[in-house]
Design a protein around this ligand. Structure first.
Ligand code: HEC
Length: 384
């Protein structure tokens, strides 16, 4: 994989010869990092004759994929939305979350879902390489699926962007790679979940150097954080009390950022009902042990992990949940344990489907309100 990356960079650098694309892909004040490959290029391997180091050659007909232009735009918006601040400054983070969650280009590029996780050099840029198979390594990296707005506000906002970035092709993928620093000094309730449940994961977050966005033709499919080789850094530990959720001194549910109130506007009239419908669903999930698998430690190694134990991170499944329950596909059966697929009590199943539909409706209403709210002129007071 390393070989492929280096090759791609060389091709990209080669293709840059004689084109003005470089200036456009780096913010003016930022020094170009040596390993970056700034030119968006759809040039396929092997490098064409234009890649020879001849001077002042007229640019060839290099087609820039639309994704590369979109990536450029998004890069500038991310850098503006989440500048470098004190990594313990929760207000700076909230401000960044607000801006990132309103970044239309970003959210529209992702459509209804995005995959998020750690980048592994051997697994590379294709998100399908993060789906578990028979011969996957012990430390195989997997991804979590999230609603794009939730991902932007909760996860992306934990990173600050000093400015430098590059856009390049990796096979059929357009990759935007931004220099990034993690906000490592926040209180526990400011993270989507306690990343430090795994010291390896926390160390990777704390040392993260880049955030990458991966576009396939027509769509932003995944985002990953890039960290140095774990063997080259010291393990960073943060005490974990084994609780995924908890309440703070004031009796408020935590993590604070996992609540609907963190992602929807204060005047959104659907949030209270949405929360009630989620709590009813959550209680049923607990009774049926859904959380044993659908929690951050991903005990059953689900591909594109779906988190059910955090209100706003569960939003991405509002439609698939109804389908999965109507087909009675969960929990998955276990042949060895002679456990059949699906819920065995028809009354329980009926109740869950009803609760799931209610959650879907409330969630749709809450999202629809946000969209209309954005469309309204700012001076007009928000109507309930
Ligand atoms: C033993 C582990 C386990 C348990 C318990 C479990 N699930 Fe799953 N769940 C999985 C796996 C594995 C998948 C992925 C299946 C696939 O990709 O084919 C999945 C997928 C799903 C999906 C589809 C995800 C998507 O991408 O949209 C939903 C919804 C879901 N589960 C809900 C539930 C609910 C509700 C319960 C409790 C009634 C539950 N699960 C219990 C392991 C589990």
């Amino acid at each position: 994989m390393k070989y492929t990356i280096v090759t791609a960079i060389l091709i990209s650098l080669g293709a840059r010869t004689g084109t003005p694309a470089r200036a456009a892909s780096q913010p003016p004040a930022a020094p170009a990092p040596p390993a970056s490959a700034p030119s968006p290029s759809s040039t396929p391997a092997p490098a064409p004759p234009a890649a020879q180091p001849e001077k002042k050659k007229v640019p060839m007909n290099l087609k820039v994929p639309v994704e590369a232009m979109l990536a450029e735009r998004i890069a500038k918006q991310l850098v503006a939305a989440s500048p470098v601040a004190d990594p313990a400054d929760a207000k700076a983070r909230d401000a960044a979350a607000e801006k990132l969650g309103a970044c239309k280009d970003l959210l529209e590029a992702a459509h209804s879902r995005i995959l998020w996780g750690g980048f592994h050099p051997e697994q590379g840029y294709d998100p399908s390489a993060y789906r578990l198979h028979d011969r996957s390594r012990e430390d195989f990296f997997q991804l979590t699926e999230l609603n794009p707005m939730i991902w932007a506000k909760l996860y992306l906002s934990t990173f600050m962007f000093p400015g430098p970035y590059s856009v390049r092709q990796e096979g059929k993928f357009t990759v935007l790679e931004l220099d990034a620093k993690f906000r490592g000094g926040l209180d526990a309730g400011e993270y989507p979940y306690p990343f430090w449940h795994s010291p390896n994961k926390w160390t990777a977050y704390m040392n993260a150097e880049k955030v990458i966005l991966i576009f396939e033709p027509g769509r932003l499919v995944a985002s990953m954080r890039k960290s140095p080789n774990p063997l080259s850094v010291r393990l960073i530990k943060r005490q974990w009390d084994t609780k995924w959720i908890w309440t703070n001194d004031k009796g408020e549910p935590q993590p604070r950022v996992s609540l609907f109130s963190y992602v929807f506007s204060k005047d959104n009239p659907h949030v209270a009902e949405l929360d009630r419908s989620y709590r009813a669903l959550e209680s049923a999930f607990r009774d049926q042990n859904c959380m044993t698998c659908h929690a951050p430690d991903n005990q059953s190694r689900i591909n594109d992990l779906l988190l059910l134990n955090y209100p706003n991170q569960a939003l991405v499944m509002r439609r698939s949940l109804v389908t999965v329950l109507e087909d009675n596909q969960m929990p998955p059966g276990n042949e060895l344990a002679h456990e059949p697929t699906g819920l065995q009590d028809p009354e329980v199943l009926k109740t869950l489907i009803k609760l799931a539909k209610e959650f879907e409706k409330q969630a749709d209403d809450a999202f629809a309100y946000e969209q209309l709210r954005e469309a309204r002129p700012r001076t007009e007071p928000a109507k309930p």
